[in-house]
Write a protein that binds this ligand. Structure first.
Ligand code: AMP
Ligand code: MG
Length: 345
């Protein structure tokens, strides 16, 4: 099921790196960049070619539109209306219905590891306000009563959310946005673009020189990146409690990804989860859910479900790659002490 991989760059990758280094100078396309602050995060959109500039302006507007639909704080947003409906049927836009259907499907498929109604618990820990707090067991038990994706009713574009429950698309919204923007750019004639949507990476095609994108995988234990992942036309999304956490009065670290079965921050033995797939929404949903699952359950899930690859970093300083990306990842020199294992089907 798992086998050790050679730690060092595979010959294949090394060859590809050398080649891309050579061809980089031979062809250049006009680069355009846009910075957008939306959905509580900073986004950097980089696109190449003649149609890039105009396409980026359209992209910025589209992101603002999506934010206005999915914000939990904007009184005019679809999600705000649903969350303040007091249990009444609420009509939402087509995009909102689509992302919600996706989130509910993924919640079911991951056995509730992804839980789009977990936000009252996230709020109780202080991750929304920044006023961190360790809730009592009783508080968490009470709050968990008001969670559960199976209690959300979605009929076409009408949502019925039981009174007292809250929806939050935070764990999938950025990934979905990546898909929509990548599609928009392609429609505008852009064939090469790299979107950094608050750490979620979405790629259109390859780099302008024809080589694959080289993405740093963040070191979940501190500064810098563990290594480089080569990828193209699709998405790479990383989740982990290292991204947002606080140290409690008890000296323990509490992170922002919650295990919906306990109400406590997930402690599954993983330090970070990166998911690689064609669709950003799938990557986003799975990076959060698989972080909750841990290595063994993640391995099972990967074997039973097609269409994505994963790079898991354990708290024990090991890396697990699924076989589809075995040759796409190279460790940085200063992390060469890390063991790499390959997960096979
Ligand atoms: P991500 O950065 O995509 O992993 O999403 C994490 C964010 O989603 C957190 O900051 C919470 O707001 C929310 N969240 C935490 N735990 C879960 C969970 N198990 N399912 C869905 N959303 C979650
Ligand atoms: Mg996510």
């Amino acid at each position: 099921m798992w086998r050790k991989r050679n730690k060092f760059v595979s010959l294949l990758l090394l060859f590809a790196l050398l080649l891309s280094g050579c061809s980089a100078q031979s062809k250049s396309a006009e680069e355009h960049t846009a910075g957008v602050f939306a959905m509580g995060t900073y986004m950097t959109l980089t696109a190449y070619g003649e149609s890039a500039e105009e396409a980026l302006t359209l992209s910025e507007n589209r992101i603002k539109e999506l934010e206005a639909l999915w914000s939990t704080t904007d009184e005019n947003s679809d999600i705000y209306k649903v969350n303040h409906s007091g249990g009444a049927r609420t009509e939402v836009s087509e995009e909102t219905a689509e992302i919600l259907q996706f989130a509910l499907d993924m919640a079911e498929q991951t056995g509730g590891s992804l839980e789009p109604t977990i936000s009252p618990v996230v709020t109780a820990w202080g991750f929304i306000s920044g006023e961190y707090n360790i809730p009592t067991d009783e508080e968490l038990t009470d709050l968990l009563q008001n969670t559960g994706y199976e209690k959300v009713l979605l009929e076409e574009n009408v949502v019925t959310l039981p009174d007292g429950m809250q929806l939050d698309l935070g764990a999938v919204g950025k990934g979905y946005t990546g898909d929509i923007i990548a599609e928009l750019l392609k429609e505008q004639g852009v064939t090469s673009a790299l979107l950094d949507i608050g750490g979620n990476i979405q790629m259109v095609g390859r780099k302008p020189d024809g080589s694959r994108w080289r993405l740093g995988i963040q070191n979940p234990f501190g500064e810098g990146s563990l290594g480089v992942l080569e990828s193209e036309d699709g998405a790479v999304v990383t989740s982990g409690n290292y991204e947002r956490y606080f140290i409690g009065g008890d000296g323990k670290q509490y992170g922002h990804i919650i295990d919906p079965s306990t109400g406590y921050p997930a402690e599954s033995g993983l330090a970070s989860v990166s998911i690689i797939a064609k669709e950003g929404r799938l990557c986003d949903a799975l990076s959060t859910a698989i972080y909750v699952m841990g290595l063994d359950e993640a391995t099972e899930y990967w074997k039973e479900n097609e269409g994505f690859e994963m790079l898991l970093v354990t708290s024990e300083n090991e890396i697990y790659l699924t076989e589809g990306i075995e040759d796409d990842f190279a460790l940085n020199e200063n992390f060469s002490d890390m063991e790499i294992y390959v997960i096979t089907r």
